[in-house]
Design a protein around this ligand. Structure first.
Ligand code: ADP
Length: 330
């Protein structure tokens, strides 16, 4: 094995860092959000303050984390990352905030999964930059006020509806929704990523990949890497539309970007639940998945392209979904 060469090749996960935009110019699309964030940052800078707290929401892989790091670098401050379900005690928030010694960005991902008691600890931090905690027990217990460095909290969620109103309203800098990307934007992202990965991606191939990328940059980059593997193993010097079709057919990904698992969701609703409506928990159990995976991985895109419908009584397959499955069988 050529260990010398291997040692110099980036690992798969560091490829993600290679592909992640680091500056505004590399961040494609989401023009409205970029404009509003720039105004927020610029206005705060002119006042010599940190910007107010921001909540970003939208499906996974649309670029929320990437935005947070770009904001950190524009502000010239460090970013400390935490994830809602991993914050177990009020003290965790305090220590996270205090690691940002001279101020910075505290990024709380998946904030909808934050424990309700911890949520209340966040309020004073968000409002006054300090927190009072009880120290000791019984008669000697006392409240100690801790001043924290000036931080901006940027939170991200895939499910904004699960946040309580008091928490939502404390994001005074704005609640910003990331929108699905159009095919042109995704093709643009793919072309940039191909340059970074040093592979030749023909324009028609970029379009074919963009059509199958579910309007999501993370999926686009994932598919590009898989198609690159296929081209390499089959000794193809460049990625053509034909290579895209062959590589993705091998992975059972169709022309809409739907996988065998996506089709299984639709088939299950149609065949086991007579087209629905079926409650999400029952659906998840039948699919042997957890509810969160159904809600966050499968549903958003199936709903976006009109194959699935969310109703108050549960999930139903649409007429378009029924026709899609019928065409697959023919
Ligand atoms: P999220 O936090 O919303 O799940 P990420 O910020 O982790 O999404 O984005 C996933 C990947 O997609 C990033 O690593 C980056 O390479 C790519 N990406 C996301 N948004 C953009 C964009 N607007 N322009 C270019 N690449 C992007």
């Amino acid at each position: 094995m050529d260990t010398e060469r291997e040692n110099h090749q980036p690992l798969e996960h560091s490829l993600d860092s290679l592909l992640r935009p680091k500056v505004w110019d590399e961040y494609i699309g989401q023009e409205n959000i970029k404009k509003n964030l720039n105004i927020l940052i610029e206005a705060a800078r002119e006042r010599g303050q940190m910007p107010e707290h921001v909540l970003l929401y939208g499906p996974a892989g649309l670029g929320k984390t990437t935005l947070v790091y770009i904001i950190g670098s524009v502000l010239g401050v460090p970013v400390q990352t935490a994830s809602g379900p991993m914050i177990e005690r009020a003290g965790d928030i305090v220590s996270l905030a205090s690691t940002l010694e001279s101020g910075g960005v505290l990024f709380i991902d998946e904030i909808h999964r934050l424990n309700k008691n911890i949520e209340e600890t966040l309020y004073p931090i968000m409002e006054s930059g300090g927190i009072s905690i009880m120290v000791g027990k019984g008669p000697t217990a006392r409240s100690v006020h801790i001043n924290l460095p000036p931080i901006v909290i940027i939170a991200a969620t895939t499910q904004v509806g699960k946040l309580s109103t008091p928490l939502r309203t404390r994001f005074s800098g704005g609640i910003m929704r990331l929108l699905p990307y159009n095919e042109e934007e995704i093709a643009h992202i793919l072309i940039r990523s191909a340059e970074r990965l040093d592979v030749v991606l023909e324009n028609t191939a970029a379009t074919a990949l963009a059509q199958r990328s579910r309007s999501t940059p993370r999926t686009a980059n994932y598919l590009l890497k898989r198609v690159r593997d296929y081209a390499q193993v089959h000794n193809k010097p460049s990625i053509t539309a034909e290579v895209v079709r062959a590589a993705l057919a091998d992975r059972d990904i169709d022309e809409y970007g739907l996988t065998a698992e996506d089709r299984n969701v639709l088939t299950t609703i149609q065949e086991i639940f007579n087209g629905g409506p079926v409650g999400v928990q029952t659906l998840a159990t039948t699919l042997s998945e957890d509810t969160q995976t159904v809600e966050e991985v499968y549903e958003p895109f199936l709903v976006q392209i009109g194959l699935l419908e969310r109703t108050p009584r549960g999930r139903s397959i649409t007429q378009k979904g029924i026709e899609y499955l019928k065409n697959k069988k023919d």
